[in-house]
Design a protein around this ligand. Sequence first.
Ligand code: SME
Length: 159
Amino acid sequence: METLHIPQTSDKTEIYKAIIPQIEALLATESDLIANLANVSAVLKEAFCFLWVGFYLVKNDELVLGPFQGPLACTRIRYGKGVCGNAWKESRTIVVPDVEAFPGHIACSSLSKSEIVIPLFKDNKVVGVLDVDSQFIHHFDEFDVLEMQRIAQILEEKL
Ligand code: SME
């Protein structure tokens, strides 16, 4: 599969409905983790025009930047630090409607206004996170949580 098909609509339900089977198809034929993380970043960035989409992977006692799409980002995040480090520590998805109201938020870009971080699990342990930043405040809702957790699950099947 080389072409991504994204419906020309602002209805995110329709967009997720279109991209999830395409993500499944992309991952079905590739086993390399970095390649898969790179393509999932690209699909989400292209489908939703988010400011930043990418992955941090647990290496020793910190998160290290993995494949991403968007502006330059910080390369290392310590356990319990920022939104990503907290999602790792608490083993849960964190939605930040307003990054300025999140104590300890790590600002990689001043354009980022809201954020969602979804942990990736292997053998019940967090091995990385999917981080998505939006240039709009209050961008992510419960529907995004469910759909992005579904995308995380598809990736987890390949870990
Ligand atoms: N905002 C994140 C840091 C990573 S960047 O957004 C790409 C955080 O607070 O963990």
